[in-house]
Design a protein around this ligand. Structure first.
Ligand code: ATP
Ligand code: MG
Length: 281
């Protein structure tokens, strides 16, 4: 599929993040609905072309737990990335609409994200680097998939130079500038799952909002957050405690957690995510 700007018609804005803006679009020659992310990269054109080349590996990232990729192209100073449109949207928007996500659905999210992370690392040596609710998407078939993983080193570097490059989901070792490995994604998953269970970001205090600096310092120096006692299953509590081990050497990898009893039970359990997602359409 050779994607060109003139073949694409914008339908609706889906949202914007630090890195770019996402639109629901129609690819006219094929009649395919897609999600198109436009990223402005302040760099030389040779660098932009390299990013587009690096992004092409996404064509090989094929899994039921990964948002599929249609193609990427340059348009003036912008890089456009066209991917599968997930019609129920991202988990941040979902919980902001309906409140805390039920534990059964959280179990399915846990399994899907871990299966996606294990697929990326085993087959392509890709570390996600940006696991958070807005990068976990749902469709009306009940599929749960991850998006926005770090495929292009050049893009990661270019974005880190222009934007903040910090996120509230970063592991303590990453905040401290340490080595980054698959265990960092597990920390981000832990914070993400806790946020879905609570219906709010776990580090949010009651009073004054924390500044970015205060938040990062808090994550590094204060005890890890936990769910309020007595409101959630002990299995979920125990699983989150494993994800949120501060020392990355002691923290499990995605592959360790995929075979963890909590994740296995969640994978085997019959949960009608499709039915649950109906209210969200
Ligand atoms: P950041 O830029 O820090 O990664 P973000 O993930 O919120 O933050 P974007 O990746 O630009 O920002 O996405 C913006 C919004 O677009 C998301 O919150 C999501 O709701 C929506 N979105 C992104 N990709 C898709 C997709 N493939 N299908 C449907 N909606 C999408
Ligand atoms: Mg995103």
């Amino acid at each position: 599929l050779d994607l060109k700007q003139e073949d694409i018609e914008s339908m609706q804005e889906l949202g914007a993040g630090n890195g770019g803006t996402v639109h629901k679009v129609l690819h006219k020659p094929t009649g395919t609905i897609m999600a198109k992310k436009v990223i402005h990269v302040e760099a030389r054109n040779s660098v932009r072309r390299q990013i587009v080349r690096e992004i092409q590996i996404m064509h090989q990232c094929i899994s039921p737990y990964i948002v599929s990729f249609y193609g990427a192209y340059l348009n003036e100073g912008d890089i456009s990335i066209c991917m599968e449109y997930m019609n129920v949207g991202s988990l941040d928007n979902i919980y902001k609409k309906i409140g805390p996500i039920p534990e059964d659905v959280i179990g399915k999210v846990t399994h899907a994200v871990l299966a996606g992370l294990v697929y990326l690392y085993r087959n392509h040596r890709i570390i996600h680097r940006d696991v958070k609710p807005s990068n976990i998407l749902l469709d009306s078939q009940g599929n749960i998939k991850i998006a926005d993983f770090g495929v292009s080193t050049q893009l990661i570097n270019s974005v880190a130079n222009t934007f903040v490059g910090t996120s509230a989901y970063m592991s303590p070792e990453r905040i401290q500038g340490g080595r980054y490995s698959v265990q960092s994604d597990v920390w981000s998953l832990g914070i993400t799952l806790m946020e879905l269970a609570l219906g709010k970001f776990p580090f949010q205090s009651e009073g004054e909002p924390l500044s970015v600096f205060e938040l990062l310092e808090y994550i590094v120096n204060e005890p890890v957050p936990a769910l309020p006692a007595g409101q959630y299953s002990s299995e979920l509590e125990a699983f989150l405690a494993r994800c949120l081990i501060k020392d990355p050497a002691s923290r499990p990898t995605p592959s360790d957690l995929l075979s963890n009893p909590y994740c296995q039970a969640a994978a085997d359990k019959e949960v009608d995510v499709k039915e649950w997602a109906k209210v969200l359409l």
